[in-house]
Ligand binder design. Structure first.
Ligand code: PEP
Length: 254
């Protein structure tokens, strides 16, 4: 199975904007009956609109959340727990996105807790990892990725991680129109797989889907997916354009 995870971020802010997006998306999906057969399309709206998307999305499309609280319940003003996400239709959740690390104070330890709580509540965690431009320039990409994964999964058992997904998102490629060469993506995906093999049950480690994210669009998707061993993409800006989104699903299907 391949995956296209569409991260709408905080771009659709009103009810009207979300309804308008949904109407176009459903219209395009209706014309593409095969969407969802080979490639799982996962839409991640902002928290308040999860239940609206749950009501409107056809069963063959999936719903994801953009983040999750690091605690089960309690005095955590402003946070949204895994149970609430699941009850509002989410089946996937992005964890450790570079923007959550940067603005939300996500540490690898906190990310680990988020993974545990997500899994406990039936959500599929999508662990986002990636190096900064400075780390890349210093030749530390593999080291950084390895640390992010091993610390995030440090306390997570193979049983807990069974349905987990890794998204490699170099910070310098997000929102910039720069993408790594497919050879570089391949090299990082090998480093990710090696790290997983060291931490998890070997068979499971070999089967964990690895996605690429960062400035993917219709023109670049085939270039990105030239890297063997990738199971799909995580898309930001372009997911705001349903026609483009569905064209990318067809490219992944091919
Ligand atoms: C992202 O933020 O996860 C992302 C991939 O963004 P963009 O596609 O806009 O680079």
């Amino acid at each position: 199975m391949r995956y296209l995870i569409a991260n709408l971020k905080m771009n659709l802010i009103s009810y009207e904007e979300n309804i308008s997006y949904l109407t176009t998306l459903l219209d395009v999906a209706k014309r593409n009956r095969r969407v969802g057969v080979k490639t799982s399309l996962v839409i991640c709206p902002s928290f308040p609109f999860l239940s609206l998307f749950q009501k409107k999305l056809p069963k063959r499309l999936f719903l994801g959340a953009q983040d999750v609280a690091f605690s089960e319940r309690g005095a955590y003003t402003g946070y949204v727990p895994a149970r609430s996400l699941a009850d509002n239709g989410a089946s996937f959740v992005l964890i450790g996105h570079s923007e959550s690390r940067r603005y939300g104070g996500d540490t690898n330890e906190r990310i680990s807790e988020k993974i545990r709580l997500s899994v406990r509540n039936g959500l599929r965690p999508v662990l986002c990892v990636g190096e900064s431009a400075a780390e890349r320039a210093a030749g530390q990409t593999a080291l950084v990725i390895r640390r992010q994964i091993s610390e995030a999964l440090h306390d997570i058992s193979s049983e807990e991680w069974t349905r987990g997904i890794i998204a490699y998102e170099p910070c310098w490629a997000i929102g910039t129109d720069h993408i790594p060469r497919s050879d570089d993506i391949l090299e990082v995906s090998i480093a990710i797989r090696r790290t997983l093999v060291e931490i998890l049950d070997r068979t499971l480690a070999q089967s964990v889907p690895i996605l690429y994210g960062g400035s993917v669009n219709v023109e670049r998707i085939s270039e990105v997916c030239l890297a063997p061993g990738l199971s799909g993409v995580l898309v930001g800006r372009e997911s705001l354009l349903p026609e483009e989104l569905l064209a990318m699903v067809s490219a992944l299907d091919a």
